[in-house]
Write a protein that binds this ligand. Structure first.
Ligand SMILES: *[C@@H]1O[C@H](CO)[C@@H](O)[C@H](O)[C@H]1NC(C)=O
Ligand SMILES: *[C@@H]1O[C@H](CO)[C@@H](O)[C@H](O)[C@H]1NC(C)=O
Ligand SMILES: *[C@@H]1O[C@H](CO)[C@@H](O)[C@H](O)[C@H]1NC(C)=O
Ligand SMILES: *[C@@H]1O[C@H](CO)[C@@H](O)[C@H](O)[C@H]1NC(C)=O
Ligand SMILES: *[C@@H]1O[C@H](CO)[C@@H](O)[C@H](O)[C@H]1NC(C)=O
Ligand SMILES: *[C@@H]1O[C@H](CO)[C@@H](O)[C@H](O)[C@H]1NC(C)=O
Ligand SMILES: *[C@@H]1O[C@H](CO)[C@@H](O)[C@H](O)[C@H]1NC(C)=O
Length: 421
C-alpha cells in the first residue's frame, strides 16, 4: 500500500477546495489580526534591512563578517557566514589560534536567528567576544542558500530532501569546509533543534567524528512521539504534510500562501489555541524581549521542504529515529534495499564525544519525556567526563536561542564546557 493509497484522495481535494472557497481575503485579514506579533501589543515595523547576517546584523554592531559558499555533494550551493573575531579585537585580528565554532540553526529559521539581539544577548556575538572563530550554517532552501549547480527552487526536484540529506550532505560539507579553512582545526559544534538531530544521526553512523571537537545540543530533538504540541500532533495525525505533497506542493514557505491554508485548517480545531501560534508549536517561551520577537518575525521564517515535514510527522506518529519512510515496502526496497527505512541507532554514538546537552521544561518539541528517552539512550552509557546535561525548567524552544537571560543560564556554562574540551 503506498502513501497515496493510504489517503483518500477525494477527502483532501475536498478540504482544499473548501479552504480555497471559504477563506477569501476577508478571513485572511482576521487571521492576520490574531498573529503573534499583534498579540504583544506592539506592531513590528517592516524591516528595511537587507536580508543578510553580515550586511544587517553583524554590520549593525561593527563586527567583521565574511560570506563563504559551500557546494554539497548533491549540488546545493550553501551560504556559510563567518565572524572571525570580535569587534573589540582590533590589532589582534590576525590571531589565528581561535577555535572554530559552527552554529547550526533549526527548522524554518536560518543563521540570522543567532544574532537577533544585542551583542550581550546573542550567542553569535558572545562567542566572537569570547575568543572563538564563529561560523554560521544556512541549510538548503533558506533565503541565502537557494542556489544549486543544476536545479532551481522552482523545480520539484530541488525540494526532494529531508533532514536525512541535511545530515548526509549539508552538515559534512559545512564541517569539512570550516576544518579545512582553519588549517585542520577540529570544530566545536552548536546545534539547535533540527540542528541537533542531524549531528546525532551522523554520529550514530560513526561519521564526522574526526571533524568535531565537541557538540552542544540546544533542545535536542530525536524522539518526537510524545511531543506536547497539540498543533503539531494534529498536523501529523491528519497527514497534513502528506496531503500537501500529494496536492503537488514541494516547498513549505512559512510565510507563503500554502501555509496560510494549513494554518486555517488546523486552527479550526477548538482544542488548538492558535492565538499564540509560536507557543502552540514550540511551547510557551518565558524570556523573550518584544524587540527580539519582532526581529525574529522580520527575518526568521524560512522555507523547508514538504518532504522534510513529512519525515518529521513520521517521527511523531511512530517511535524510533529512522530515515524517511516512502510508505510502501516496494518503494523502501527501491531506496534502501530493505522493507523498512534504516534505523539511526543512537545507542551506537561513540561514548567519548564531548557533549553538552541542554533542554527546557516548557519545550513542546524537545519535550521532557522524549528528551528523557534520548538521555537514557545517550547519557547512561556516555563517559561522564564527556557529557554535561543542563535542564532549564522555565525554558521553551526559542528561549535557548533568543532568551534575554540565556547568556547567564546557558551560554556561560557552554563556553566553560568548550574551555574544558
Ligand atoms: C484587523 O481587523 C480590523 C477589523 O476587525 C481591520 O480593520 C484591520 O484592518 C485588521 N488588521 C489587519 C492587520 O489585518
Ligand atoms: C591583544 O591580545 C593581547 C594578548 O592576548 C592583549 O594583551 C591585548 O589587550 C589585545 N589587544 C586588543 C586590542 O584587544
Ligand atoms: C590569540 O587568541 C588566543 C585565544 O583567544 C589567546 O589566548 C592568545 O593570547 C592570542 N594571541 C595573541 C598574540 O594575541
Ligand atoms: C530573501 O529575503 C529578502 C528580504 O526579505 C527578500 O527580498 C528576498 O527576495 C529573499 N530571497 C529569496 C531568495 O528568498
Ligand atoms: C548560482 O550558481 C551558479 C554556479 O552553479 C552561478 O553561476 C550563479 O551565479 C549562482 N547564482 C547566484 C544568484 O548566486
Ligand atoms: C529584555 O527584557 C529584560 C527583562 O524584561 C530586560 O531586563 C532587558 O533589558 C531587555 N533587553 C532589551 C535589549 O530590551
Ligand atoms: C544499537 O547499538 C547498540 C550499541 O552498539 C547495540 O547494542 C544494539 O544492538 C543496536 N541496536 C540495533 C537495533 O541495531
Amino acid at each position: 500500500m503506498t502513501l497515496h493509497h493510504m489517503m483518500n484522495r477525494n477527502v483532501f481535494i475536498n478540504i482544499f477546495m473548501f479552504l480555497s472557497f471559504v477563506f477569501n481575503s476577508c478571513t485572511a485579514h482576521s487571521w492576520r489580526n490574531k498573529s503573534y506579533v499583534d498579540d504583544l501589543g506592539q506592531r513590528c515595523e517592516p524591516s528595511n534591512h537587507p536580508f543578510s547576517l553580515c550586511k544587517s546584523e553583524a554590520a549593525a554592531y561593527g563586527y567583521p563578517c565574511e560570506d563563504h559558499t559551500v557546494t554539497t555533494e548533491d549540488g546545493y550551493i550553501l551560504s556559510l557566514k563567518r565572524i572571525p573575531y570580535s569587534v573589540s579585537d582590533g590589532a589582534n585580528s590576525t590571531n589565528n589560534t581561535r577555535q572554530p565554532v559552527l552554529l547550526f540553526h533549526g527548522l524554518m529559521v536560518d543563521s540570522v536567528s543567532w544574532l537577533l539581539g544585542t551583542p550581550k544577548e546573542s550567542l553569535g556575538f558572545i562567542l566572537a567576544d569570547g575568543g572563538f572563530d564563529v561560523w554560521f550554517a544556512n541549510t538548503r532552501g533558506t533565503n541565502s542558500s537557494r542556489n544549486h549547480t543544476s536545479l532551481s527552487p522552482n523545480d520539484p526536484a530541488y525540494w526532494d530532501w529531508t533532514w536525512d540529506e541535511l545530515a548526509a550532505y549539508d552538515l559534512p560539507a559545512f564541517l569539512q569546509y570550516v576544518y579545512d579553512y582553519t588549517g585542520g582545526q577540529k570544530v566545536h559544534y552548536i546545534g539547535h533543534s533540527l540542528g541537533t538531530l542531524i549531528i546525532l544521526a551522523a554520529f550514530s553512523e560513526q561519521k564526522l567524528l574526526h571533524l568535531v571537537r565537541s557538540a552542544v545540543l540546544l533542545c535536542p530533538i530525536a524522539y518526537l512521539s510524545r511531543t506536547k504540541s497539540k498543533l503539531t500532533r494534529l498536523a501529523a495525525q491528519i497527514l497534513l504534510a502528506e496531503a500537501f505533497h500529494f496536492l503537488g506542493y514541494h516547498e513549505f514557505n512559512p510565510i507563503g500562501p500554502v501555509t496560510h491554508e494549513i494554518l486555517l485548517l488546523i486552527c479550526g480545531d477548538p482544542e488548538i489555541d492558535c492565538y499564540d501560534l509560536f507557543s502552540a508549536v514550540a511551547g510557551p517561551d518565558c524570556c523573550l524581549n518584544t524587540s527580539t520577537v519582532c526581529a525574529f518575525w522580520q527575518h526568521a521564517p524560512q522555507s523547508t521542504s514538504i518532504k522534510n515535514l513529512m519525515h518529521m510527522s513520521q517521527m511523531i506518529r511512530s517511535e524510533g529515529v529512522r530515515r524517511f519512510d516512502y510508505g510502501s515496502t516496494k518503494e523502501n526496497m527501491k531506496h534502501y534495499n530493505q522493507p523498512r527505512p534504516p534505523l539511526y541507532n543512537l545507542s551506537s554514538i561513540p561514548t567519548h564525544v564531548p557533549m553538552f546537552l541542554t533542554h527546557g521544561g516548557q519545550d513542546f518539541l524537545g519535550d521532557v519525556p522524549d528528551t528523557r528517552h534520548l538521555l537514557r539512550t545517550l547519557v547512561r552509557r556516555h563517559d561522564s567526563d564527556n557529557m554535561e546535561v543542563l535542564y532549564v525548567p522555565d525554558y521553551a524552544h526559542a528561549d535557548f536561542v533568543v532568551g534575554f537571560n540565556a547568556p547567564q543560564l546557558v551560554y556561560k556554562p557552554m563556553v566553560d564546557f568548550f574551555q574544558r574540551h
